[in-house]
Design a protein around this ligand. Structure first.
Ligand SMILES: [Zn+2]
Ligand SMILES: [Zn+2]
Ligand SMILES: [Zn+2]
Length: 271
């Protein structure tokens, strides 16, 4: 099975609407949907998604020759689920498309319009999955794990994609790396590929915004703390303000330390 990045931006996409910052106003930089991952079964002409960004059309367009077979959701922040609206009767009008998510997320969808309509109209069928449970899709298994992330609406899942020989850990949103946790090092050690939250490079990035209210591990610190694993780490979920969007001194620091900056279209084989 192939796994492909369909978007690498933070929830607002890139460029961010209405923004004139040095990144967003640079027309030479490619646009991107919010972070979204496809798990592709080419033999059966189908794919699954992890998360449904609001830039849904842009995200899935490269896979228009294949059938969407299901979705896994991480949490209820706008960049990660609002693309579900395109499954309704105004657009794709899907039929009982499996949506795998936490029980919090399933309850959130059932209790709030317009998502509730997707369930009542049988466009989607929510399947509650739990930390550590395995869902088989094609030749791989998908397993959620709960990660610390501000939980206004739902808890947040990261996902393992597990093949017979290779595995990936996909974690677009987390408040901090749990460096005191042995389980976290098990994740770092045992996976072949790690796609990790790199929302902000450093705290001064958003003048006038209190970044303690939007906690993420800063890339500056990730380079220090996770350097040992750098050759298998791809940095994703970049805020529009992040200097990693362009060839910057910050990007050089990251690449000189053997981290990879995520780009739409990057593909891995998990078998
Ligand atoms: Zn996000
Ligand atoms: Zn911007
Ligand atoms: Zn979030």
């Amino acid at each position: 099975m192939q796994v492909r990045l369909l978007g690498v931006a933070q929830d607002g996409g890139f460029p961010q609407p209405g923004c004139q910052c040095v990144n967003c106003s640079d027309k030479s930089l490619p646009s991107s949907a919010a972070a979204c991952l496809a798990i592709i079964d080419e033999a059966e002409y189908r794919y699954w998604l992890i998360d449904a960004p609001p830039q849904f059309q842009q995200a899935i367009q490269p896979l228009s020759h294949l059938k969407l077979a299901g979705l896994f959701l991480t949490h209820a922040h706008i960049g990660h689920y609002t693309g579900l609206m395109f499954l309704g009767k105004e657009a794709m009008n899907s039929e009982l498309l499996p949506v795998y998510c936490s029980n919090h997320m399933a309850d959130f969808l059932f209790e709030n319009e317009p998502w509730r309509q997707l369930i009542l109209n049988d466009n989607i069928a929510c399947h509650k999955i739990y930390a550590g449970s395995l869902t088989k899709i094609g030749d791989v298994q998908v397993a959620p794990t709960v990660v610390p992330h501000r939980a206004e609406f739902t808890q947040t899942y990261a996902y393992h994609i597990i093949g017979d020989n290779k595995s990936m850990f996909y974690c677009p949103d987390i408040d901090y790396w749990p460096l005191e946790s042995g389980d976290f090092y098990t994740i770092l050690d045992k996976n072949d590929h790690l796609l990790l939250d790199a929302t902000f490079f450093y705290p001064s990035e958003l003048p006038g915004r209190d970044l303690s209210r939007v906690p993420h591990p800063f890339v500056r610190d990730t380079v220090r703390d996770l350097r040992k694993y750098s050759d298998k780490i791809t940095l994703i979920h970049l805020n529009h303000s992040n200097p990693l969007w362009r060839q910057s001194p910050e990007r050089k620091i990251v690449e000189d330390s053997w981290f990879t900056v995520g780009e739409t279209g990057m593909t891995w084989t998990i078998d």
